[in-house]
Write a protein that binds this ligand. Structure first.
Ligand code: TGC
Ligand code: FAD
Length: 389
């Protein structure tokens, strides 16, 4: 397995254990039939509780229901899951970074008790509703709104969210909406149980990317939630954007895993496949591709390791996460394309992983902030001038 600058040497026993557990899980439970799920457009739903039992949801949170491991261990977990499929890492990202993290960071004690144990063991599934049909890259323009209910104690939600991972199978949706009852209508987070009246979640079909992942819409029509379902400790865009920083950190690691899986498939194929009387790996053109891929993956992985160290000591800035998300997903996209090419005609099938990773990475390039948006976040950080306004 590619580890060109021996990063393995610096791993603790705990980090190796988590990485090896995730690698074994992917080898035994994901690889054998993920190609079939990708073709069928289904998520292997049996894995949801299995991943919970293995402690794969938000193990980096400090809570009695989670493992409380370090950020590098968490990153290694995301790396191994995405080496299997981006849909599997997405499952863990959404549940952990986008639902459990905000409940842990901004929720009440009652919300933590109600949801964290069930989300941690996979007996409940959560989803994160930020994107709307008319507001993707600019969520602060969202139209979903919360108004005080007549009883004065709760809220009534109206609006719609789209492209929401796991919405159709979720037990709880964390819906971000503008609170019209407060001065300036700040964005607040609402925990909406999906069996309430007034909420509907519909499946989005026809995806040609991230096919082994469930995606849906959320429609809210006069959906009542009691006041105790509002996340009490955050108000404004900082709430959802803080969650995105957590998930983008995981994606920066995950992209390295998918890229590594493509590289390994290409290296093995090039050594086995014979043309012109010998393995194609003997041709300098093929060797250059492998050398470029290995170098780019190693660079991306080094950035991910550095990010984890900064996060561990509390010094990580969102803009640094943007740099890593942008760079590592770009690397993955390029590596997947080159690996697919090296596999020739066989490379376009689900018998090999590169084309599946290549299709998935189009989503990863777009969600959690498009490549363009991360470019502009970096541009603002480097110049002090925001391009968004
Ligand atoms: P802005 O005015 O810049 O900031 C508002 C407040 O938020 C703070 N902040 C952040 N905090 C933590 N992490 C970040 N990344 C943060 N970015 C900003 C900021 O300091 C400020 O705080 P305060 O205290 O001063 O109020 O915010 P803006 O509304 O102008 O946002 C700008 C922009 C364009 C960068 C932002 O909207 C953005 O990132 N857009 C991209 C949208 C996006 O990424 N959507 C993702 C949806 S979820 C998803 O895709 C899940 S897929 C998961 C899966 O399946 O794996
Ligand atoms: P738009 O914002 O309309 O962008 C279209 C194009 O315009 C892009 O190329 C973009 O880079 C470019 N663009 C936009 N603004 C600028 C600018 N200022 N300067 C230059 N170029 C610009 N969202 C959730 O809330 N929860 C989820 O769980 C979730 N899961 C997802 C799962 C999948 C499979 C997919 C595909 C998406 C998911 N999303 C989710 C939504 C995702 O975050 C959005 O698709 C993404 O933020 C981009 O928004 P958009 O699709 O509306 O594109």
């Amino acid at each position: 397995m590619l580890d060109y600058v021996d990063l393995e040497a610096d791993l603790s026993e705990e980090e190796r254990l988590i990485r090896d557990t995730a690698r074994e899980f992917v080898d035994e439970e994901v690889r054998p039939d993920i190609g079939d799920h990708f073709e069928a457009g289904t998520f292997p739903e049996g894995l949801i509780t299995e991943m919970g039992e293995l402690g794969f949801y938000a193990p980096n949170l400090d809570h009695e229901s989670t493992a409380n491991v370090g950020e590098r261990a968490y990153g290694l977990l995301m790396q191994e899951l995405e080496a299997g499929d981006s849909g599997v890492r997405s499952m863990a990202s959404v549940q952990g970074a986008l639902v459990m993290y905000p409940i842990h960071a901004f929720g009440s004690e009652a919300q933590r008790e109600r949801w964290l144990p069930d989300l941690a063991d996979g007996s409940a599934v959560g989803c994160f509703g930020l994107t709307e049909p008319d507001h993707g890259s600019n969520p602060s323009a969202m139209e979903t709104r919360a108004e005080r209910a007549d009883d004065g104690g709760g809220y009534v939600l109206n609006g719609s969210k789209t492209w929401i991972t796991n919405a159709p199978i979720a037990d709880v949706a964390l819906v971000w909406a503008k609170d019209r009852s407060a001065e300036g209508s700040p964005v607040r987070g609402f925990l909406v149980e999906t069996d309430r009246d007034g909420i509907e979640t519909n499946h989005i079909d026809g995806k040609l990317s991230m096919r082994a992942s469930i995606t849906g819409e959320i429609s809210l029509a006069d959906c009542y939630v009691p006041a105790e379902n509002v996340l009490p400790d955050v108000s404004g865009m900082k709430g959802p954007l803080s969650c995105l920083t957590q998930a983008r950190f995981g994606i920066a690691w995950g992209a390295v895993g998918a890229a590594r899986d493509c590289f390994e498939a290409a290296r093995e194929y090039a050594t086995d496949r014979e043309q012109f009387g010998g393995p194609i790996a003997r041709f300098q053109l093929q060797q250059e591709k492998l050398a470029d891929m290995a170098t780019d993956i190693t660079t991306a992985q080094s950035l991910a390791y550095r990010l984890a160290d900064l996060k561990e000591r509390g010094d990580l800035r969102p803009q640094q996460v943007s740099m890593a998300k942008r760079n590592n997903v770009r690397t993955c996209r390029e590596v997947a394309r080159t690996a697919r090419e090296m596999l020739g005609g066989n490379g376009i099938t689900t018998d090999y992983s590169p084309m599946r990773h290549l299709a998935n990475v189009e989503t990863v390039y777009t969600y959690e902030g498009t490549d363009d948006i991360h470019t502009l976040i970096l541009g603002e950080d480097l110049t002090g001038i925001a391009a968004f306004e």
